[in-house]
Design a protein. Sequence first.
Lengths: 195, 195
Amino acid sequence: MSIQTRKERERAEREALIVTAARELAEAEGWEAVTTRRLAAEIEYSQPVLYSHFKGKEAIMAAVAVQGCAEMAAELRTASRAAKGKRETLAAVGEAYTAFARRRPALYDAMFTLRVDLPFATPEAPAALQEAFAELRAAVEPIAAEGDDPGLLTETYWAGLHGLVTLMRSGRLPEGAHERRLELLTGHFTAEASR
Amino acid sequence: MSIQTRKERERAEREALIVTAARELAEAEGWEAVTTRRLAAEIEYSQPVLYSHFKGKEAIMAAVAVQGCAEMAAELRTASRAAKGKRETLAAVGEAYTAFARRRPALYDAMFTLRVDLPFATPEAPAALQEAFAELRAAVEPIAAEGDDPGLLTETYWAGLHGLVTLMRSGRLPEGAHERRLELLTGHFTAEASR
DNA sequence: CCAGGAATTCTAGCAGCGCTAGCACAACTG
DNA sequence: CAGTTGTGCTAGCGCTGCTAGAATTCCTGG
């Protein structure tokens, strides 16, 4: 019994070690530097050990993505709590979202850009992911107009944030005017829709 | 003289052949199927020939992206011309944009998602790219509020469209409600901004 | 028409990728 | 302490983008 639990604990610890190493490597040098060989060296085990914990590289990235979702959810919540009115709250959450994406680009990519081994738009999506979306929704819902579906409106606002972040990060949009674009986006969502 | 021009013509033809083959392969089987070996086989030359035309795979993708920009610009213009009022025009252009992205996902990825060997937010950006942006801008500008910078507003609306497209394509958003999300986005941009 | 030189294309290979079969060793059990 | 179980390693497969250098083709001048 005790031996069994010790082994399980050790396995869990090593699994966490893998995820942490992957995340740190990705944040330090980008996901293209995260190879299974490099990762194996980092945790001081051989390559095949990785595959006894995860189905493949995508599954490791998915684990990192889930961690990222939890952190983002927490940051969105903090920003939301600190803000006062409906509009200020949405602005604060939007700001917190894009700030997170810019501060932790590798994490953000795993969550929302790269192909990853995770269910998304289904009830089986990871809890952390649903929490992050719920935070966004809590900020969007109060500014929804009469007929607007709050879920769809949240998805649409989210898309706006995501577009800003990804176009900027891939060099399609200049970094400089980010704050002003974000204001424009939030401003148009807090206005009354005309149809 | 004649020999010289013939050679140049043949080179240009072969270059076009490469770009076309890359594009068709990408559209048929996705960019991950476009390997330099596969591409070389397709054009019935050996691999190194590719590198006598392009600096690398990214440069080939960039050439495909430029083609895509030209086509998108044309489609946006067509949609714009067919629409009547300011709001209808913006809606039509947004619709044309997302329709293009969904109909030609590989082309869209080369243009706006994948890392590619192109200058973007600078005056040296390819003409086709600038034309596509100009089409978007022509549709956005008429609905800009007093103080809004039309360029920034266009970038922001573009980000919204891009976010919708990429989140949907990567499975983060369900396909079903796309039209309604697009309406929400366009609706909020054609409304008066409240600040 | 043919030899020499220049340009072009190909063969072969490098270093690295994700992933895995099968062996060797370590750890636990009776 | 012997035997069995299971864990981790070595080695290697088939692929990637890319390139050095050999081989071949083509054009030019005699």
